[in-house]
Design a protein around this ligand. Structure first.
Ligand SMILES: [Zn+2]
Length: 340
């Protein structure tokens, strides 16, 4: 039953020239679309659940939706990850709920406090066989539950918010984290840049040097494709000047600089919204939710498949190798997981 931690995935992604896509789940259609896309592309995946998603859908519902996905594709390597956990208590709750991976985001705390709560979260998670992602440095953009700053202000002063390579090493050694989300110029949300996106690739390189073997994670990595923004705006939406990280830059970070996990949420929201708007605008008499949520689900599947290709995450076709790595590690399952 390949519900697993991210370890077998990152073991291969680290120098394999691909990254695992981490996609946010808030409801059934999103979960189905993501899993179907990854199954079609034979790609390992991370389903991430934020504090906001837990509140919106209720954890019991999300858990059973995910269990259904795992049952439908038992050969597919899936990790269940807490996105932006803000307290050690939330981490512990998620560990008890069956997550295989958690993020403790203490990046908005003073450094020593971040070290302290991260180490505490690592201790609790590792005791249950669950892996921990943490964050150092600061991202721009403002999203649910995530403390940030206006993306355009961030863009102007980005140098001083980037992850410090020496501090990253100290943080890693003192906390025992399994992966690190780095600030390299990305922002959360759909309005990441006023000017052109420019990622600090040399910063990734420096962190890889001070922290050899530590998988790096990119947040705020949606590309906000223009054709979807145009669709939203064409059908009555209002998203002027939305801009993301071009897929070619994501691909460079992944294939050339070794980033192991890429978080994508905004682009799925965009695909869903564009399609629902289109149905509403072109079929104004439609009122059966299946007839707009169904096409929206298909649009999300298309968006996820697009991300898995060689020119973005290069993750398609990697499921089998990840399963083999998982077996090589002794098929570890988190301690809580009783599986079928
Ligand atoms: Zn994030």
């Amino acid at each position: 039953m390949p519900l697993m931690t991210t370890k077998p995935m990152f073991d291969l992604a680290y120098d394999g020239g691909f990254a695992i896509g981490a996609f946010n789940v808030n409801n059934m259609e999103l979960a189905q679309a993501i899993v179907e896309a990854c199954a079609a592309e034979k790609s390992p995946l991370i389903l991430q659940i934020s504090k906001g998603a837990r509140k919106y859908a209720k954890m019991g519902y999300l858990k059973h939706i995910i269990d259904a996905a795992v049952e439908e594709y038992p050969w597919l390597p899936i990790a269940i990850h807490l996105d932006h956990g803000d307290t050690v208590d939330l981490v512990k709750t998620c560990v008890a709920d069956g997550f295989t991976s958690v993020m403790l985001d203490g990046s908005h705390h003073p450094y020593e406090e971040n070290v302290k709560i991260t180490a505490e979260a690592v201790k609790a998670a590792h005791a249950a066989g669950v892996v921990v992602e943490a964050e150092l440095g600061m991202l721009g953009g403002i999203e649910e539950d995530v403390v940030g700053m206006d993306a355009h202000e961030y863009e102007k002063n980005v140098e001083k918010f980037l992850t410090d390579p020496q501090q990253a090493r100290d943080y890693w050694k003192r906390t025992g984290i399994d992966s690190l989300a780095v600030a390299i110029g990305t922002s959360h949300g759909a309005y990441k840049f006023k000017h052109e996106s420019k990622l600090a690739f040399n910063r990734i390189e420096q962190i890889m040097e001070t922290c050899p073997g530590l998988p790096l994670v990119m947040h705020g990595s949606s590309s906000v494709p223009e054709e979807f923004i145009n669709l939203v705006n064409k059908y009555g939406g209002k998203m002027p000047n939305a801009k993301g990280v071009p897929e070619a830059q994501i691909n460079e970070a992944v294939t050339k600089y070794g980033v192991c996990k890429v978080n994508i949420d905004t682009d799925l929201r965009l695909a869903m919204t564009a399609k629902i708007r289109e149905v509403f605008a072109t079929k104004p008499a439609e009122f059966d939710p299946r007839n707009y949520l169904g096409p929206a689900r298909e649009a999300i599947t298309g968006m996820v498949r697009r991300k898995l290709q060689a020119n973005v995450l290069n993750c398609a076709g990697k499921a089998e190798a990840v399963i083999a790595q998982w077996k090589k590690l002794g098929s570890p399952l988190p301690a809580f997981y009783t599986g079928k």
